[in-house]
Ligand binder design. Structure first.
Ligand SMILES: [Zn+2]
Length: 416
């Protein structure tokens, strides 16, 4: 049986011992009270560390690390049509595998243990996630306008569902209303409901998105249109939702959909102003995502937290909106819950995912740990990353990292 004992670590404001057994937080008790008898157990002296939940990135396109920094400072439509889609047209499965591994390395270094992906060559991204020990929701991407593979996708889901039942799972991912017909959006919802899989989709990222809809929306907003098709539910994870009306918010709350908020990508593409306070007032679950590295331009969820909180305060004119504690919850527990994971909290019985933060770093010298984690730190303060009861990073070392970086540079870098 695999066991990790973390001794005298700071959890909230208390020093505790934490026993991880297999992939679960088995026992949390007062410090210096727990022990292990198995000589193969890993014992970590936690006295210099705080333990916090790891990050759950609810919207990304991992393999897009290959086009980071290649097409900045242009509007979304031009960005997609002129730069991204032409490059993606010549991508090979091996490209996606190499770029996904590189992305996952960056995620682990910055404390992420789960990512919800939407891209091409899903089996290569899934393989990279399995190999590197991270959790993933691998989107089966539907985009009528770009690729007509509806039946093939459905067949893939039916045939592979059993292989995607553990750490790496599937989601149904219709790309958007401007790439899919109403018929496809509805049939995707049927598959999502039949197999109880998340329905992951871009919604209302840009103003007047409905004007580009494949099926005319007859004057309905993107959210109203999706609701008229009957596809919104508690399984829906809608990325962006930048342009929403009061009626849209009421619909999202009623359907118990989750919003995957991507503050950095939205700001960089100047997509519009996300109305965090209004989402919170409606009780809509908001989680955080980075979007792809081509529009962020990194996969660092700690940065996403800070941007989310500052943006919420600025747009509302209210500094009390989105406290550090609430922001951390958004980046951790809310994301885990949206994808049906019993995780995102350091508590007995939960999946053993966590970060150890180095309290010796200057940003932790004064004040509250969570406040400093959200507002003052950067991801280099993460010493250890634990996912599913396994040590993915210890003292900032990750196995195979040199090989992963070398493969990526050999494939994609124009620099020696
Ligand atoms: Zn996206």
């Amino acid at each position: 049986m695999s066991q990790i004992l973390i001794q005298s670590v700071l959890l909230d404001d208390e020093r505790v011992d934490i026993l991880i057994q297999e992939n679960i937080f088995q026992k949390i008790a007062k410090e210096k009270t727990l022990s292990v008898s198995d000589p193969n157990s890993v014992i970590i002296d936690g006295s210099h560390f705080a333990i916090v939940p790891a990050f759950y990135n609810t919207h990304t396109h991992a393999a897009m690390t290959f086009c980071r920094g290649l097409s900045d400072d242009v509007p979304l439509k031009i960005w997609l049509e002129k730069y991204i889609w032409p490059r993606e047209a010549s991508l090979t499965p091996e490209d996606v595998y190499i770029a996904s591994r590189y992305a996952i390395l960056e995620m682990i270094r910055s404390g992420t243990v789960f990512f919800a992906d939407m891209y091409w060559f899903r089996t290569e991204t899934a393989l990279a996630a399995r190999e590197l020990g991270i959790r993933a929701s691998i989107g089966v991407t539907f985009a009528d306008l770009l690729k007509k593979d509806f039946e093939e996708n459905c067949q893939f889901v039916e045939e592979n569902l059993a292989d995607y039942s553990g750490r790496v799972q599937l989601a149904i991912a219709p790309h958007a209303i401007y790439t899919n017909s109403a018929e496809t959006l509805k049939r995707c919802a049927e598959i999502s409901e039949r197999f109880l899989l998340p329905y992951h989709i871009h919604v209302a990222e840009t103003e007047h998105e409905e004007r580009g809809s494949v099926t005319p929306t007859q004057g309905l907003s993107p959210v109203e249109f999706l609701d008229s098709l009957g596809v919104l539910s508690e399984r829906t994870v809608a990325a962006h939702l930048v342009h929403v009306s009061e009626k849209d918010l009421q619909i999202l709350a009623k359907r118990k959909a989750t919003c995957a908020h991507n503050p950095c990508s939205n700001m960089k593409l100047s997509s519009g102003t996300f109305q965090m306070k209004r989402f919170l007032e409606h009780g809509i679950r908001v989680a955080l995502g980075t979007d792809g590295a081509a529009s962020n331009n990194n996969l660092d969820m700690r940065e996403e937290m800070k941007f989310a909180s500052l943006l919420a305060k600025m747009t509302s004119g209210d500094p009390t909106v989105l406290s550090a504690t609430d922001t951390l919850k958004m980046a951790t527990r809310n994301g885990a819950e949206a994808f049906g994971l019993n995780a995102g909290v350091i508590a007995e019985g939960k999946l053993a995912d966590a970060l150890l933060l180095n309290l010796g770093e200057p940003c932790f010298a004064t004040g509250d740990v969570v406040s400093n984690w959200v507002y003052a730190a950067n991801s280099s303060v993460i010493d250890t990353v634990i996912c599913d009861g396994k040590l993915l990073m210890r003292h900032r070392e990750i196995s195979d990292s040199e090989e992963i970086e070398r493969d990526f540079r050999n494939r994609f870098s124009s620099r020696s």
